[in-house]
Design a protein around this ligand. Structure first.
Ligand SMILES: C[S@@+](CC[C@H](N)C(=O)[O-])C[C@H]1O[C@@H](n2cnc3c(N)ncnc32)[C@H](O)[C@@H]1O
Length: 238
């Protein structure tokens, strides 16, 4: 994965600061851009992810990289206690402005200021490729999640069927940056499609998940493979 060859991607040493500043900038129009660029499918995918997590009133749910709180809002609707974690103050104030019933915790998912076994469910929507180290975040999830807890992650993906792959590529790499440039921030909407290079392929991802002690691992393609849900459970004993 040659991240330095891609102009829109930050120097690896500056990734955390670059990502935080970028999400602060795009926070005010983040929800609008999501709905436009996915034709509102993003909310359908989030609902599916939250349903898979089978959240109950007694659950404590962590939403890692919660942004403006789309997943947190759906999780809170089940009556669970929800903590939205994000380093971007701009995104967290978006969540507060929406009046979502969740605690906002400004922190890095790779180093959570939370005790062991805090949560029974961990959610994360479209945040994985922004983390500096996916391995460290997975290890941290294992620490804060109680044994048997559920993990549900949504991320972008690439369809394998060639015509759909071409169409998706055109939309994601040409149309989305053009809309981003007009409505929000040019640099950010060049970075967001390019940042897929940070994602391990499905085989590597499964290995990472197994290595930190997760089981019942499932990968669910969405809309012909333009996005994916990853489901797992933290093993009872590791
Ligand atoms: C593409 S947005 C997704 C927001 C939201 N989950 C959603 O479904 O729309 C990615 C979010 O991850 C956050 N993020 C980036 N790096 C992070 C980190 N190290 N720890 C926690 N969140 C992070 C960003 O600030 C941003 O709000």
């Amino acid at each position: 994965m040659d991240v330095t060859a891609r102009k829109s991607l930050p120097d690896p040493a500056n990734k955390a600061a670059f990502v935080e500043a970028m999400f602060d900038r795009i926070a005010p129009r983040y929800d609008l851009l999501n709905r436009i660029c996915t034709f509102n499918l993003d909310q359908r995918w989030r609902r599916r992810a939250v349903k898979l997590a089978e959240i109950k009133r007694h659950d404590t749910v962590l939403d890692l990289g919660c942004g403006t709180g789309d997943l947190a809002e759906m999780a809170a609707a089940s009556g669970a206690r929800v903590i939205g974690v994000d380093p971007s103050a701009g995104m967290l104030s978006g969540m507060k402005l929406r009046g979502i019933d969740a605690r906002a915790l400004r922190a890095d998912a790779g180093c959570l200021p939370l005790p062991d076994n805090t949560a029974s469910v961990v959610l994360s929507g479209f945040a994985l490729r922004n983390f500096v180290s996916i391995e460290s975040v997975f290890a941290e999830i294992t620490r804060v999640l109680a044994p048997g807890g559920r993990i549900v992650i949504i991320e972008v993906d690439e369809p394998t069927f060639p015509p759909l792959r071409w169409l998706h590529d055109f939309h994601f790499r040409r149309i989305v940056p053009a809309i981003g440039r007009m409505v929000s921030d040019a640099e950010a909407y060049r970075y967001l499609p390019e940042s897929t290079v940070y994602l391990p392929n499905p085989r590597e991802m499964k290995t990472l998940m197994e290595r930190v002690g997760w089981s019942d691992i499932r990968r669910i393609p969405l809309f012909g493979g333009v996005a994916q849900i990853l489901f797992a459970r933290r093993q009872q004993s590791i």
